[in-house]
Design a binder for this molecule. Structure first.
Ligand SMILES: Nc1ncnc2c1ncn2[C@@H]1O[C@H](COP(=O)(O)OP(=O)(O)OP(=O)(O)O)[C@@H](O)[C@H]1O
Ligand SMILES: [Mg+2]
Length: 277
């Protein structure tokens, strides 16, 4: 074990994506992109519309296969060719479009599509309504989410739906959760509840990739901020130290010399005082 050449479990890195490229015909969605998610951190992934954020996380979630690059989970190289592979590696995803069924209850949505694969204490395969309701109530309770498991989803607010969508990802007890725009279209109050949930999940040791266009929320909840610009890496910043301008300038392809909060950005090299001109 200790001689494991992959360095598995050695360095606190949950996910490492290296040199990821993805093309859709002529469209270069990603070109040589790296991403590192440390264990127990919230990594924000930001960038303008079309920067490649969703494509990158879909490569990790098994929705897309990258055309080039490597993915490591806990230091070991993995092949993720479909969503099932990702789930088996402890990776769950809440997508931009929530994919909840409005006519079903909270419980039914939590279990949607998991009927055959779910196997937790005492409930294997068989779909016992009471057990599912109980499990959903427990899940929501653990997350301090005050929503009735029997409520019909279409009667919930947007924020509550988002909480249900995030709860869903927790059913399999994942190590890594990817959230694509969980606060978009939410009221301030709704977003606050989602941010509080993200904080609690991190406290439980879950590693989180958070895609968001809201830089205030991002800086509030994230540990580090990774910026993409036109499908390429545009820097990784410390969320606390980063300024809004520092993040925005990278999102729009600009580059402030000596950005506050900039982390080991190898591509920078040494920069002379004249470079900003
Ligand atoms: N399935 C697809 N087929 C063809 N092109 C695609 C596909 N998915 C994404 N693209 C293209 O790849 C690029 C990156 O898109 P992506 O959805 O990853 O951006 P994004 O950063 O998530 O943007 P947004 O903030 O708008 O969600 C865009 O040019 C987009 O049009
Ligand atoms: Mg997207």
């Amino acid at each position: 074990m200790s001689s494991d050449p992959t360095g598995a479990d050695g360095d606190g890195t949950a996910v490492s994506m290296e040199g990821i490229s993805k093309y859709f015909g002529e469209v270069v969605a990603l070109e040589d992109v790296d991403l590192e998610l440390r264990r127990g951190e919230v990594l924000a992934l930001v960038g303008d519309n079309g920067a490649g954020k969703s494509t990158l996380i879909k490569c990790l979630a098994g929705v897309h296969e990258p055309d080039a690059g490597e993915i490591r989970i806990d230091g070991a190289e993995v092949e993720i060719t479909n969503p099932r592979d990702a789930k088996a590696l402890g990776i769950e995803t809440a997508y931009q479009d929530l994919a909840l069924a409005g006519n079903l209850t909270v419980t039914q949505n939590v279990f949607l599509g998991r009927e055959e694969t779910t196997a937790f204490e005492g409930l294997v395969g068989v779909l016992d309504k009471d057990a599912m309701n109980e499990r959903a109530a427990e899940l929501l309770g653990d997350l301090e989410i005050d929503i009735d498991p029997g409520a019909t989803v279409r009667d919930l607010s947007g924020g509550e739906r988002q909480l249900v969508a995030l709860s869903r990802t927790l059913l399999s007890d994942p190590e890594i959760i990817i959230m694509d725009e969980p606060t978009s279209a939410l009221s301030v109050e709704g977003a606050d509840r989602v941010l509080a949930l993200i904080d609690r999940l991190r406290d439980q040791g879950i590693s989180i990739i958070l895609i968001s266009h809201n830089l205030e929320y991002t800086r509030e909840v994230a540990d580090r901020v990774q910026v993409l610009f036109h499908g390429r890496n545009a820097g990784v910043l410390d969320a606390q130290a980063a300024t809004r301008d520092g993040i925005v300038s990278r999102m729009i392809g600009g580059h402030l010399d000596g950005d506050e909060g900039e982390l080991d950005d190898e591509s920078e090299g040494e920069r002379g005082a004249s470079e900003a001109a």
